[in-house]
Write a protein that binds this ligand. Sequence first.
Ligand SMILES: Cc1cc2nc3c(=O)[nH]c(=O)nc-3n(C[C@H](O)[C@H](O)[C@H](O)COP(=O)(O)O)c2cc1C
Length: 417
Amino acid sequence: MGCVALEHQPGQARAPQDPGRKWCDVGCGPWEWIYEDPARGSNQVPRLAGILSPFMANDAKRKGRKLLTVRDFERLARQRLSKPAYDYFRSGSEEERALARNEEAYRRWVVWYRVLVDVAERDLSTTVLGIPVATPILIAPTAYHRLAHPEGELATARAATVAGTVYVVSTLATTALEDVAQESAGPKFFQLYVHKDRGFTRELIERAESAGYDALVVTADTPLLGRRLRDERNGFCLPDGLVMSNLAHLAGPTDGSMLARYVAERHDASFTWKDLEWLKSLSHLPIVLKGIVRVDDAVRAADEGVAGVIVSNHGGRQLDSAPATLDALPGIAEALRGRCEVLMDGGIRSGADVFKALALGARAVLVGRPVLWGLAAGGEDGVVSVLRLLAEDLSKTMALAGTRTLADIERTMVALG
Ligand SMILES: Cc1cc2nc3c(=O)[nH]c(=O)nc-3n(C[C@H](O)[C@H](O)[C@H](O)COP(=O)(O)O)c2cc1C
């Protein structure tokens, strides 16, 4: 079975609910489409075509391939992206050990499934910060979505709405946060990097609040940028025409090493717990602290009154010696015991991975790279397909494990194998 959202016959008009949009068959298989929006015009994304690899040349090789797993999407995304763009999305820091550790951790846990439970119907719905979501799989904040697809963050926002989940929009988005908010009819959080320029930080928060974001996700693990050797080797840079739209008026950096310099110069590496109070005073939005791996930090965050923490090591892109987030999760969940919500990300590639994270105490998970692969593979449809694939996979895992709802997924159901 392939991914529903991409199963369309070549030449067939797409998106009948939105006749202003035209989908083009690029002639390389029933699931391969590129998006062309005459209203916006391709001159909106000058020179962006250079980012897409010459995938047409590989048509024959890919004919008949189905997109069954996140890995399949990654393979297709890799074909469609330039090497520097793929490497930027894929890479971790330094020797990429934390990146590997994140993914490997899920393989160490097994599921002690129940039998003879009525699982004919499963319910994946839950709430995050009191907001109803259709599944516990949220979209992690990642930079530069227009590097993956011309529609960028707008496509991701529409996909999140279709999937009924939260999109956490990055400070480093290539679309202004107001435009992303307009495109989204669902819940959305704004991810904040605290800048030395307190006035600018305040401005970002005020913009997010007035644009209708539901929460602020403050990333705490990036006082400096982790060293991304692939980006340095590739001389990675944003192509002409792409900018970090939320920061546009600050002469924005465009290449990999410049990004590191930007973070070093602009991010506030002296930001501490004491400053959280100031941050909280700037808006009514609930604050979620992202990048926590230690129990004492998680407890301190709860003491400071945050609404939630995200157990995360930035997808292995910051401290390369960081622990796998799945290993950090149980202690934090145990220590917080409902004092604030515990979310987690890092290395989730299947529904079974989501199941294990929920069993170890996460209320919901976030996915970063899988969404980028979906976006690069097929824009909005690609992201919807990846989210649907993960949700269907979780639903199937729940059925096989004898769990009907997310509340049925208990700590005793997983153990180190
Ligand atoms: C290409 C890329 C860009 C990212 N950009 C940001 C960002 O702008 N802000 C942030 O807080 N985290 C960022 N992250 C980290 C993600 O939010 C998330 O923690 C991580 O991707 C989860 O791991 P996964 O990719 O294995 O799902 C980025 C991750 C990737 C892969």
